[in-house]
Ligand binder design. Structure first.
Ligand code: CA
Length: 204
């Protein structure tokens, strides 16, 4: 099938009276085509993503859906941050011969760690694989989308961190420590403490 030439069947007949040989051939044309499909799914990880550091696992499947062996298969992966990812070696479902045999599927995996830039951007994460081969140059693309759902929140805490307790005389100094903590998934910008709180004089 892979050779792509017509099938020729030849018979040769000899006899005492007609030594020949007399030859007859029958040609059977071949009409096989090469085709493949590419699928990419998010196989593990939180959905939706809520914070940086979360890991998304993807599985990519390339399947030979035609009648010819496909050679020179190469897959490249574009991660959500725009960088090129490193795919696992493909697992071949029929025979590990570096050819995408008829009916065979190749399975790749790749992981991506969500960055703070991704979360702050707020747009869904897109991971795209591109597959080329000798018989199906393509490229054939497949993408997996992961939504983001991060919120902004913070807490403020204020404690007396130094000074006598209780206060016994005028002029004693009390130190306060104010802690502002980001308890959400988004970077918080432009926040400030009202000036009143920094200059507040406690009433003894
Ligand atoms: Ca194979």
């Amino acid at each position: 099938m892979d050779a792509g030439t017509d099938l020729t069947n030849t018979v040769s007949v000899v006899s005492d009276q007609v030594p020949g040989p007399t030859v007859a051939s029958a040609l059977t044309p071949l009409s096989a085509s090469a085709s493949l499909t590419v699928d990419k799914v998010r196989s593990n990880g939180t959905d939706p993503v809520t914070a940086a550091g979360e890991v998304i696992d993807y599985t990519i499947t390339v399947q030979n859906t035609g009648g010819l062996t496909i050679t020179g298969v190469a897959a490249s992966d574009l991660l959500p941050d725009g960088s090129t990812g490193t795919l696992s070696a493909p697992a071949e479902s029929i025979s590990a011969n570096s050819e995408l045999n008829v009916g065979e599927s190749w399975t790749y995996t790749i992981s991506y760690t969500v960055t703070q830039t991704d979360v702050d951007a707020g747009t869904e994460l897109t991971n795209t694989v591109s597959v080329v081969s000798d018989q199906v140059p393509g490229p054939t693309l497949a993408s997996a989308l992961t939504p983001l759902s991060a919120s902004a929140s913070l807490t403020v805490d204020k404690v007396r961190s130094n000074g006598t307790d209780p206060v016994t005389a005028e002029g004693e100094v009390i130190d306060y420590t104010i802690t502002v903590q980001n308890t959400g998934g988004l970077t918080i910008t432009g926040w400030q403490l009202p000036i009143c709180c920094l200059t507040e004089v406690p009433v003894l």
